[in-house]
Design a protein around this ligand. Structure first.
Ligand code: CA
Length: 364
């Protein structure tokens, strides 16, 4: 969303009635009927309903739309499996079975490899940088271009912040310990794990606990303390590793069926866009506030062993990450365009963050 669009959106949200009255219309009756119509949308999500951070983030966006529209647009939220399974959200919204999906873009890598740039990039940009790129660096326009062939309009709708490395039933002391490791790890992180000798699995969230507890997998990444505590993952594994090199943030998405979006009057379109923007910021705040509380609970009440990945393990992952990202950037003309935009923006923000955030964190 560029600055002009944001201003237009903000103006519409606050003075929708006034603007509508001033704007010349070719068919005032039809427009009036469109504006008064009461619409119900279904939102399908890749998360269990009201799951901390992710499910609550989807619900936040739905509630914001319901409230801001004064009931003219009602969004009903469905947890994963209620209407469609987690990994069918993309197809369901593309087909119009539901009008909104809330999920993560890297889930669709088999169908749309380029989508991975908008979900999480291993050793890539953090939440703040990602938002800067999406809203003010051309990232969102590239995302729209990526989803347009599927009749979908993407909107950033949540940031997890830096995640944890995951739950392990054995210690990782050297890069040799990665070899043969069966770990739930979606997206590019999974590909990197495979190159380092591990075996990635892409299980939906609802299946993680049992898979880890029964030993079907040796380890799993999920999100961070807030989420993982609620999920009870500490009951299935004893070592909790950091940092989440594979997800310096997960950017969650709201994908909107383009036809359904186009049928909305201007003010409701703006409300949907602003609700996603609010949900995007609110999720990061929710995670940041709750992660540190949950981390303390995990350590003091559940005696979880917190471990940092050895430097040689991180260096190993990073070398494969550069390789995997570069290969992804060569998969199509669009992938190259996104890769170049992402890399050049990330380089600039890295320079800035080194003398702003990093220097400050070290100094305080
Ligand atoms: Ca994750």
């Amino acid at each position: 969303m560029n600055r002009r669009k944001i201003l237009k959106t903000a103006a519409l949200a606050t003075t929708a009635v006034g603007l509508a009255a001033c704007k010349p219309k070719e068919n005032p009756t039809a427009t009036a009927n469109k504006s008064k119509a009461r619409i119900t949308w279904k939102m399908v999500t890749a998360w269990p309903k009201n799951f901390p951070g992710l499910g609550t983030g989807a619900q936040f966006m739905a509630d914001a739309i319901n409230a801001m529209s004064g009931g003219r647009l009602t969004v009903e939220v469905y947890g994963s499996g209620e209407l469609v399974p987690a990994f069918e959200v993309f197809d369901a919204v593309s087909a119009g079975t539901a009008q909104i999906g809330h999920s993560a873009a890297y889930y669709w890598k088999g169908k749309v490899p380029e989508a991975q740039f908008f979900g999480a990039v291993p050793f890539g940009m953090n939440a703040n940088e990602m938002n800067a790129w999406l809203y003010h660096g051309g990232g969102l326009a590239l995302w729209e271009k990526t989803y347009a062939p599927f009749g979908l309009k993407p909107l950033p709708a949540g940031q997890s912040g830096v995640q944890m490395g995951g739950w392990f039933n054995k210690q990782i002391n050297s890069k040799e310990d990665i070899k043969g490791l069966v770990m739930r790890m979606p997206g590019m992180g999974g590909e990197i794990l495979a190159r380092a000798g591990g075996t990635p699995q892409a299980l939906p969230g609802a299946e993680l606990f049992t898979a880890l507890q029964t030993g079907t997998i040796d380890a799993t990444e999920w999100v961070g303390p807030y989420n993982d505590l609620a999920f009870g993952l500490y009951q299935a594994a004893q070592f909790y590793y950091y940092p989440g090199w594979h997800e310096p943030t997960a950017c969650l998405e709201a994908m909107i069926n383009q036809e359904a979006f186009d049928a909305l009057p201007d003010d409701l379109q703006s409300i949907v866009e602003l609700a996603a923007m609010a949900a995007n910021q609110n999720m990061l705040a929710e995670f940041t506030a709750n992660n540190q509380r949950a981390l303390e609970t995990l350590q003091t009440e559940h005696q979880v062993k917190i471990r940092q990945f050895p430097a040689e393990v991180l260096a190993e992952f990073k070398s494969y990450a550069d390789e995997v990202l570069s290969e992804l950037g060569q998969q199509s003309t669009l992938a190259t365009e996104i890769y170049n935009s992402y890399k050049s923006f990330a380089k600039q923000t890295r320079n800035w963050l080194q003398i702003s955030d990093l220097a400050y964190l070290q100094a305080r």
